[in-house]
Design a binder for this molecule. Structure first.
Ligand SMILES: Nc1nc2c(c(=O)[nH]1)N[C@H]1C(S)=C(S)[C@@H](COP(=O)(O)O)O[C@H]1N2
Ligand SMILES: [Mo]
Length: 224
């Protein structure tokens, strides 16, 4: 092991200690509890700073998916598995919404205007079995992320194609991305191609690389 390796390992240890320490402080003064009892009483989650631009974060691949080639498969523990092309997706009821985004790299962006398909519409369409407890998302860059069905079924979750009145750009996951605004943005898959309902949890790309499985910004669930 080189000195640099040792330095970075002890640095990680310090960060981890600091994070654990902070969480312990919060749980002592009860602040962590606001995440479940009054989630949005404080609009800016702890440790976040407001930005007015929209940063781009991904694995370095930004797949291009023309509408003609677009397919979204929704399968797993459901009564009606479907593969939707772009027209089928657009034929579903469309909804507008406004929500904030919170990225684990500490930026937050308020009042984003979206259009897309409500998760409730998707649930109506595919009819998850009552054995379904979790959802796995797969994207065209092979990124994956996971949620509980309860997290995904929240009323502010959408499959979105439009941001501020314009098609979501390729760099931000267009033509279609997932939007799960009450969790850190790594839970919102860009370029989504498959949504699988399951009876067990399947941790995704970041969740198997040290990120927190639950990812609630108000509980500062950044790392595992
Ligand atoms: N397909 C895919 N989705 C992804 C990612 C990715 O690398 N690939 N990165 C995640 C992370 S870590 C973040 S912070 C957000 C960033 O979204 P943005 O680039 O539109 O800001 O996308 C999430 N969804
Ligand atoms: Mo991220």
């Amino acid at each position: 092991m080189t000195e640099t390796d040792k330095d970075s390992i002890s640095l990680l240890g310090q960060i981890k200690d600091k994070l654990i320490g902070r969480k312990q402080d919060w749980s002592r003064d009860g602040r962590a509890l606001t995440g479940t009892t009054a989630p949005h009483a404080q609009r800016l989650p702890p440790g976040q700073r407001l930005v007015s631009d929209w940063p781009v974060l991904d694995l370095g691949i930004q797949p291009e998916i023309p509408h003609a080639a677009f397919r979204l498969t929704i399968d797993g523990e459901v009564t009606n598995p479907v593969t939707l092309d772009w027209n089928a997706l657009m034929d579903l009821p469309q909804h507008d919404s406004v929500s904030d985004m919170h990225c684990v790299t500490t930026w937050s962006r308020y009042d984003n205007h979206w259009s897309g398909i409500a998760v409730a519409t998707i649930l109506d369409l595919v009819q998850p079995h009552n054995t379904a407890t979790h959802v796995l998302f797969e994207s065209h860059d092979d990124y994956t992320t996971n949620l509980t069905l309860e997290q995904f079924a929240a009323e502010d979750c959408y499959l979105v194609h439009t941001w501020e009145g314009k098609p979501i750009s390729r760099q931000h996951g267009g033509p279609l991305r997932v939007l799960v605004p009450r969790y850190y943005l790594w839970k919102s898959a860009k370029w989504v191609r498959r949504i699988t309902f399951a009876g067990a949890d399947h941790p995704g790309f970041w969740e198997t690389r040290g990120y927190n499985n639950n990812a609630d910004p108000w509980l500062e669930e950044r790392y595992s």
